[in-house]
Design a protein around this ligand. Structure first.
Ligand SMILES: [Zn+2]
Length: 489
């Protein structure tokens, strides 16, 4: 399939709400890889693209064009071994983050967020530097950016005008989807990408959840949950939700969570106590859905904007790994609901780090909502309700990771949820995502098995994740061996 055919297929996929006939689907599977600017700067554009094509048959680049986080940009993070390519140095002192491509002020007229160009590589523009070579090689290019303004992003002039408000009234480092300073920035960014560069697609991801899920399933200060800003309050009132009742409920839930972490068991037990609060303050669940709907409306608005500007450009979303662990978050990821404004979905299925992450999740909810349930039993319960059939017990999973069968089950579930939709399914595959020194590490065989499992379940492609600068070449070749076995490389 040539570039024109890919673009027209993407355009067809973009017609909102209409299931397209199968003949519109591109036959070529996407073999994608996530890569940040630092790798092209450190190793050279041609060399990096040679490695991608030769080792793994990569045909699509997911270039990190914006983030203030080190999960998709920058070199290897501190405390982790350096991979066998790139500069053998950490960049803790020099990493800044921001936009790795030039930004055009006309697209950011309606937002307070103005000054966000990443400074660490001077005038280097990752898109202008890579696109000519990618086009020459017939590789597609997707701009990949994420909802991360922490760290240096919290120091952008005027950013406070876009930040969320926490339950305790303080500003968070996260930005509010309902605040025009952020929503206009998101729309400006996709318009800038679509109009300024010959790209094939845009992917955006938000790894956050609403206040209710967050309070029960994270270890952060419960009074730091979001968002209770004036825009969210106004939107809540328009839906018939009383913001004061919601806040009162969350303050009560916050007290419960604080006492639970101190091991102070409620008279009727942890699970009953959470239910009592949900029944007394249903506004908390309404607030959670308000947050989820606000994210969906953000997806829909970005999709609409891109289709207005250049219908051939595909736009889709990175769906957070929490979807694999937390039934509440999974309930919020209704693929049938979001598919009309999703040309593709990158469903995160990082099997290796999933063992550690699942154990961590169980250890967290096992202190709050499920404080009365022994952790091994709680994990078994989650395997049942999440429908994982071959995973190991709690003491083992950090050291083994989850299996390739987990990737198969997650990809098959997503495939089934997308029946009748034109949305493409591109699972995210784990290559050397950081884990603790004593936890399991990626292997060539394990990586290859994950790739094969995704395709066996009917995926339309895979995205090797999270960033090339942390991947070992042997594991990238493990993915490549699977692609060759499947006839994709
Ligand atoms: Zn808000």
């Amino acid at each position: 399939m040539n570039r024109r055919e890919f673009l027209s297929a993407a355009a067809v996929a973009g017609v909102a709400g209409v299931a397209q006939p199968a003949k519109a689907a591109p036959a070529v599977k996407i073999v994608g890889i996530q890569v940040g600017a630092v790798s092209f700067v450190d190793e050279g554009v041609e060399k990096v693209l040679d490695i991608f094509q030769q080792s793994a048959g990569v045909n699509t680049l997911f270039i990190a064009t914006f983030t203030y986080g080190r999960g998709i940009a920058g070199r290897q993070i501190p405390g982790q071994p350096m991979p066998d390519h790139g500069k053998p140095e950490h960049d803790t002192d020099t990493f800044h983050g921001g936009s790795y491509t030039v930004t055009h002020p006309q697209y950011y007229k309606d937002t307070a967020i103005q000054d966000f160009r990443a400074p660490e590589f001077g005038d280097f523009d990752v898109l202008e530097s890579v696109l000519p070579s990618a086009h020459r090689r017939g590789m597609k290019t997707i701009c990949w950016f994420e909802d991360v303004f922490a760290g240096k992003g919290a120091g952008i002039p005027g950013i406070a005008k876009a930040q969320e408000k926490r339950l305790d009234g303080a500003n968070a480092e996260t930005l509010c989807f309902n605040n025009p300073n952020y929503s206009n920035w998101l729309l400006g960014t996709v318009e800038d990408y679509a109009r300024s560069h010959e790209i094939d697609g845009i992917m955006w991801g938000s790894e956050r959840q609403g206040a209710f899920a967050n309070m029960l399933a994270s270890r952060q200060d419960p009074s730091a949950v979001t968002c209770f800003c004036e825009f969210c309050q106004r939107k809540a009132k328009a839906r018939g939700i009383d913001p004061e009742r919601a806040r009162e409920g969350f303050r009560a839930l916050s007290k419960f969570v604080q006492q639970a972490w101190q091991g102070r068991r409620p008279v009727d037990g942890y699970y009953v106590a959470v239910w009592r609060l949900m029944l007394r303050y249903p506004e908390m669940l309404a607030w959670e859905m308000l947050w989820t709907d606000s994210l969906r409306e953000t997806y829909a608005a970005m999709h609409k904007k891109v289709k207005e500007v250049k219908p051939a450009i595909g736009i889709g979303w990175h769906i957070w790994h929490q979807n694999s662990f937390n039934p509440i978050y999974r309930a919020e990821q209704d693929l049938a609901a979001i598919s009309p404004y999703s040309d593709f979905l990158k469903m995160v299925m990082y099997h290796n780090c999933a063992g550690e992450r699942m154990a961590n999740y169980i250890g967290t909810v096992g202190r709050t909502m499920y404080g009365d349930v022994p952790l091994p039993e709680l994990l078994d319960f989650h395997y049942r309700v999440l429908d994982y059939k071959q995973e190991k017990e709690l003491a083992e999973i950090p050291k083994t990771g989850l299996t390739a069968n987990y990737v198969y089950e997650e990809a098959a579930r997503a495939r089934a949820a997308l029946v009748g939709a034109a949305t493409k399914l591109w699972p995210g595959i784990d290559i050397d995502i950081p884990t603790a020194a004593s936890s399991s590490k990626s292997t060539p065989e394990g990586t290859g098995d994950a790739v094969k499992a995704a395709f066996r379940a009917g995926a339309d492609g895979v995205i090797l994740s999270r960033k090339y600068s942390e991947m070992k070449l042997a594991n990238l070749r493990g993915a490549g061996a699977a692609m060759r076995e499947l006839g994709l490389a």
